[in-house]
Structures are given as C-alpha cells and as structure tokens.
Write a protein of this length. Structure first.
Length: 471
C-alpha cells in the first residue's frame, strides 16, 4: 500500500518545516546553546504542524549527530522518530483528550521519574492539551512546574483558551499561523519534484487558493495527491483541467457569472449558475464565488458591496440561498436584506408611528363628549355633576399644598425610583403629620404595597405617618 504524500513528506527536521520561522529560529538557537525550555506549548489551528514541530524538536534534541542544532535525519535516533513504523523509547506521545483524567496524569508523573533508556532526555508530547480535565490539569501543574531534570514537555493544542491558565502560563508558547500562499505553493512544487512530477507554480497557487485553509498543509498535500495521476502523464495540465479533477467550477464560468452580475442581468446570472451546478457541489460553487469576490475586493474595494460579500461567506450552503444571493448581487442599488439590527429598529419605528397616530384619535373622541353635553342639556348638567362627584374624590389628585410639595421633594431624595413613583401615583394628601395615600387602581395599589415599608420608614424619618386607604 502506497504511503500518502502528507506522511511521506512530513518534516523530519526544523529546517524542513514550512513557514513558522518565528518558532523554528528561536528553537534552533536554544538547541545550539543547550538551553531548550522544559515546558513548550504549540498552539494554532488544525493542520498547521504542531505535533510535527514537536517531533522535529525532539529529533534535534535526541539526535546522535546534530547539524547546527538541527536533526541530521539519518541517525538511528532521528529515524526512530520520523519513521511511522518505528518508535523511540524516549519519545512518548500522550493524547490528553482521551487520557486526561486525574489518575492517568498521576501515572504519567510516576513514569516521568524513570530515567531515559538510551538518551540524556525523555520527551513527552502532550497532544490536544486542552482536553485535560480540570482535576487532571491541576494534577499536571505540579509536574509542569517542577519537572525532573531529564524531562521535556511539549504540549500541542488547537484551543489554548480552554487550558488551565496556570498550566498555560508555565509554558513557553509558540502560536503557529498559516504559511503564506507563496510558501505553500513553493512547498508543493518541491514535494512534486520529490516524486518526479512536474508542477508549475501557477497550478500550485491555484491549489493553495482552492483548498480549505482549515485543512492546513496536510489538506494541501491531499489536493496535490488528487492531481498526481494527471501530472504523471508528463503533460503540464492547465487550470481548467485541475479544477475539473478537484470538482471546482470552471474559472471561465465564474467569470461569466460575475459578468452577468456586473450587467445587472439576473436572468443570465441565474442561468449561468444553473449551468455551473452540473457536476459541481454547492459547497464548491460557494467557495469559488467567495474566492472570486475576495480577489475583486482586494483589487478594487469600491467594486464590492461588503454586506453582500459577508452574505456570500456566511449564508447557509444550499441551492436556495445561493440563488437568492446571486439575484441580490445582480440587482443594482439593492439594499441587503440581512440587516438584523436595522430590521428590528425599523419595526420598532413603525410601531411607534402607529401608536402616535392612534393617540390623537383617542383624544379627539374624549374631547368631543364634553362639548356636546353642555349644548344638549345645559340645565341638567350642573344638577347631575354634584350628584356624581362625591363618588370620585378618591380617584382625583388633591391640590398640592406647599407642605405636601415640600414633603414629596424630601422623600424623592431618599426613596428608590420605583417606590417614589408608586407614592406619587397614589394621590397623596397631607393633613398635619398624616400622609394619606389613595391608589386609584389595583395595579398601583399592588406596586404601593410592595414598597410600603420603605415609604413608611422614610416618612417616619420626617415625622410623618403613612395611611393607605382601602379601595
């Protein structure tokens, strides 16, 4: 069974690592001075080579014939580390995600006290370090703070924020990032040459731009492996042939789609989109479209509506969503519809406008009755009003006396906002040192009773007693 390119061309020394110069240069300098830290943390996304970099450091540290601090790649120790079919007795890889409990960490601490088998150092590579349980992480802290002199711990994690802060702070951290497109393309060319294949830099750049960044270098080599059979024919393939093998839409079709969008021809744009769909997955179409819009955005930022670009990147990958997206892009001067905050504000503004229209109608309805009644029954009105008035004194606010105004002003400074609002809404009246409250409705009475003790306490400080009238 053939070995995959990702496995065959996995770096065996720090000099072979693609990119990550900020990490490899510091590590090589430390190895030359024999001052490598005992606690190292590699963090970064999947496929960036965290575990591979840890193995390269271990190979350089345990190498029998190091070259300028780096691994020679040919001695028995280097081969034991780099060859997947072999093992090195002093390099132990530990998966924290499945072995991160307290008891398992204690076993690891016990084994770490044992002297190396054939080297001066023993290296522990802790993969998925964020997978340590809380108890396991606390048990590991003591070992990480005071490791045996012969032990080197190298941790790798895709999510350093999930690690215990104390554990993370004890390590020298190297945050790995994606190599540049140029570095990745040149690496693909070197790998192709290593297996006697001819790969142009243009095709290599096309592979880099059309491979998911989340897959890292490993995913990029898998893409190269897909077209390796074509490269083995000895004929340099063009971009369209490579796109076909990778299941990508032809670049010419994407150009036609963008041309229809620029012309604001929705029918043509949707027709081109439909023709692209034959033999190409929806995810690949969206990836190619996003990449084309991204290239255009960098070339001329004013030519792209960034809100639509956001939609192209974030909208669900379904045919219906893609159809709507293309229709929007091909409609001139269309305001994007994915305005979540703006839609809420607009809805609230409409509701306020409706309420403001309803308020004048109610006021007109209430002001018409007093005007009609005096005209129809000018003699009877004065007779009826005194008869009805005695039943309403509790619901009408009494005229505010200077003493009441002064008392309310003092209470406002000491009461909470809700307590004072309940007090003021309950028709307060002052007679001597007695403050009477007459809640006009059950809801106001309920709120008043909630703050009764606070009101009575503050009024008592002013020498006033509070009486709440029954309904």
């Amino acid at each position: 069974m053939s070995v995959s390119l990702a496995t065959k061309f996995r770096p065996a020394s720090l000099s072979q690592v693609v990119g990550q110069k900020h990490a490899t240069s510091v590590l090589l300098a430390s190895l030359k001075r024999n001052s490598l830290p005992q606690q190292i943390l590699f963090s970064g996304g999947s496929g960036l080579g965290k575990t591979t970099l840890a193995r390269c450091v271990a190979a350089a540290l345990l190498c029998l014939d190091p070259k300028d601090g780096d691994a020679c790649r040919v001695c028995e120790s280097c081969l034991d580390i780099s060859d997947p079919s072999r093992t090195h007795p002093d390099v132990i890889e530990f998966d924290a995600a499945s072995n991160g409990q307290k008891d398992q960490i204690r076993e690891l601490a016990a084994r770490a006290q044992v002297a190396p088998v054939r080297s001066q150092h023993r290296v522990y590579i802790i993969d998925e370090a964020h997978g340590l349980s809380r108890d396991g992480g606390q048990a590991f802290l003591k070992l990480l703070e005071e490791p045996p002199p012969h032990v080197i711990f190298m941790l790798a994690t895709t999510d350093p924020e999930k690690m215990l802060r104390t554990n993370r702070s004890r390590c020298v951290e190297f945050s790995l990032s994606r190599p540049t497109d140029r570095e990745l393309a040149e690496h693909l060319v070197r790998v192709a040459e290593g297996v006697s294949l001819t790969l142009s830099i243009d095709v290599a750049m096309f592979l880099v731009k059309n491979t998911d960044d989340a897959l890292g270098v490993r995913g990029l080599l898998m893409s190269l492996e897909k077209i390796s059979s074509m490269l083995s024919w000895g004929i340099a393939p063009d971009i369209s042939e490579v796109a076909s093998i990778l299941g990508l839409p032809p670049s010419g079709k994407i150009k036609d789609l963008l041309s229809a969008i620029d012309s604001a021809d929705r029918a043509q744009a949707l027709s081109v989109l439909d023709s692209i769909r034959s033999g190409v997955s929806e995810a690949m179409i969206r990836h190619a479209l996003s990449q084309a819009l991204r290239d255009r955005l960098f070339q001329d930022p004013s030519s792209i509506n960034t809100r639509f670009y956001e939609s192209a990147v974030s909208a669900p990958v379904t045919p219906a969503h893609t159809d709507v997206l293309i229709a929007r892009l091909a409609t001139p001067n269309l305001v994007p519809q994915d305005r979540r905050v703006e839609d809420v504000i607009e809805k609230l503004q409409k509701e306020v406008a409706q309420l403001s229209k309803a308020a004048p109608l109610e006021s007109k309805a209430t002001t018409k009755e007093p005007v009609k009644e005096p005209v129809k029954e000018p003699v009877k009105e004065p007779v009826k009003e005194p008869v009805k008035e005695p039943a309403k004194p509790s619901t009408k606010r009494q005229p505010a006396t200077p003493e009441l105004v002064s008392l309310l002003s003092q209470l406002k400074k000491t009461l909470s906002v809700k307590a004072f609002a309940a007090l003021q809404s309950s028709n307060p009246s002052l007679s001597g040192d007695r403050l009477s409250l007459s809640p006009p409705s059950d809801p106001i009475r309920t709120r008043l009773l909630e703050h009764r003790e606070e009101i009575k306490s503050r009024a008592s400080d002013k020498g006033v007693t509070v009486a709440i009238k029954r309904s």
